[in-house]
Design a protein around this ligand. Structure first.
Ligand SMILES: Nc1ncnc2c1ncn2[C@@H]1O[C@H](COP(=O)(O)OP(=O)(O)OP(=O)(O)O)[C@@H](O)[C@H]1O
Ligand SMILES: [Mg+2]
Length: 236
């Protein structure tokens, strides 16, 4: 049983192969980091999983059997796949609580929405900011709010693109604790990040992407010791 299976996935832009026959599988409950140099295809992988780009071949399965490959973005979101984009995209004029209610989904009954918002407030530690407009939060708090909006939808697959980019060391440490606290047996988390200390602190396994292919998969200690990973990425 896997939470997510990527089978021989290829994505092309014109004549350029951004993903090249890429395969990977993530276990339920796993926190996986995808790392690699600029242009390796990391964001394209998230775009393919969430239906923003169409692969030319290969398959994307949620939980072994639900084929997401040809689904629309909305269908994929409804299946429980939620993404935090690199740049925080919260609604600045709305309060933290209202943003979290939107994260729960408009199809969700009002009482359920407010319960989920309360739970996300607790999970992200933003209770004291509940009635603050999101636009006046610090950068780190906006990142946590957006993670909270993802959580409020009760996702089974969480995709985070560079969640600690631009955060202070203290904010990064708090984000480590937050992401670790999100682990559930029925939820998988895929994180893209360039901060290797952060990756080492949160990930069960890392996948090193290079030119749209897997260069290495395993523990961070193994990645650090791998001569090809050092050559194309860590040794820069
Ligand atoms: N819509 C697009 N049209 C054309 N080329 C694209 C498109 N999206 C991505 N690419 C190219 O595909 C390659 C992979 O890009 P991608 O954004 O997936 O890299 P990345 O691993 O996320 O890099 P970074 O670490 O810089 O965020 C890059 O060479 C990029 O220029
Ligand atoms: Mg990227």
């Amino acid at each position: 049983m896997s939470a997510l299976v990527i089978e021989k996935l290829s994505v092309v832009f014109g004549r350029f192969r951004a993903l090249d026959d890429l395969s990977l599988a993530i276990d339920p409950g796993e926190i996986r980091a995808v790392i690699g140099p600029n242009g390796a295809g990391k964001t394209t992988l998230l775009d393919a999983i969430t239906g923003i780009v169409r692969p030319i071949s290969g398959r994307i399965l949620l939980g072994d059997d639900l084929d997401l490959t040809r689904r629309s973005e909305a269908q994929i979101a409804r299946a429980g796949v939620r993404r935090k984009f690199q740049k925080p995209s919260v609604f600045p004029a709305l309060t933290v609580r209202e943003n979290l209610e939107i994260g729960a989904g408009l199809g969700c009954p009002a009482s359920e929405r407010s319960d989920r918002a309360a739970m996300s407030l607790a999970e992200t530690g933003l209770e004291a900011r509940a009635d603050t407009p999101a636009g006046s939060l610090a950068h780190g708090e906006k990142q946590w709010l957006e993670i909270g909006m993802v959580l409020a939808s009760r996702p089974r697959l969480v995709l985070l693109d560079e969640p600690v980019a631009g955060l202070s060391d203290a904010e990064t440490l708090r984000t480590v604790e937050l992401i670790r606290s999100l682990r559930r047996p029925d939820r998988a988390i895929l994180v893209i990040e360039h901060d290797m200390a952060f990756v080492e602190a949160i990930a069960d396994r890392v996948t090193v992407l290079h030119e749209g292919r897997t260069l290495f998969e395993g523990g961070m200690a193994g990645a650090r010791a791998d001569s090809r990973v050092i050559e194309v990425f860590l040794g820069r």
